[in-house]
Design a protein around this ligand. Structure first.
Ligand code: FES
Length: 193
């Protein structure tokens, strides 16, 4: 038969607690518990703060480097940057001439080809592949796609035409195709972003 422990715990006031460095044991336990709670708060907050910093893959997406060595004059490629399509086009001499022969004062969004390209590399037209009307991806970058009435790009959604400098020439697009921030790392590598 199990015995019943009838021992009675002494009351708090009746016990003289050992001291640790001048702090009673019970106080020490309380301090320790609060300290651990503090560590818990730090450990909880850090991941939240850490989540607010851009992750490595987001940082990687903030700029891209593109090898353009295989893009022949008259060709273009599509790539993507920050989840948006990018057109990189190597203009022919005739396309450059066509772009430069336009009286920009008559354009809806007046810009010269030189203002939309890098000095000395006016043949490289780099734009977002996003129609400035309502955001469709225009045709004209891929082989065989129609380029519109002005030889640049054509947006089939509502019929916007862009010229060989990516400028809006006809249709509802209010502005030229946007030019992202970019620089040439070499003659064959361009960094976008
Ligand atoms: S989205 Fe391109 S013309 Fe409307």
């Amino acid at each position: 038969m199990a015995s019943i422990d009838t021992a009675v715990e002494p009351s708090d006031s009746a016990v003289s607690e050992p001291e640790i460095g001048g702090v009673r044991r019970r106080d020490f336990i309380n301090v320790a518990a609060v300290s651990f709670a503090g560590v818990g708060v730090v450990a909880t907050v850090f991941p939240l703060v850490n989540q607010m910093n851009p992750s490595a893959d987001v940082l990687a997406l903030s700029s891209i480097e593109v090898d353009i060595s295989a893009i022949e004059p008259g060709q273009a490629i599509k790539t993507s940057w920050r989840k948006q399509p990018i057109f990189i086009r190597n203009l022919t001499a005739a396309e450059i001439t066509a772009a430069n022969s336009v009286d920009v004062s008559g354009l809806r969004d007046p810009q010269t080809l030189a203002e939309r390209t890098v000095a000395g590399k006016e043949n490289w037209l780099i734009t977002l592949g996003v129609c400035t009307h309502l955001g469709c991806v225009p045709l004209g970058a891929a082989q065989g796609e129609i380029k519109g009435e002005f030889g640049g790009y054509f947006c089939p959604c509502h019929g916007s035409h862009y010229d060989t400098a990516g400028r809006t020439r006809k249709g509802p697009a209010p502005t030229n195709l946007a030019v992202p921030e970019y620089s040439f790392l070499s003659d064959t590598v361009v960094k976008i972003g």
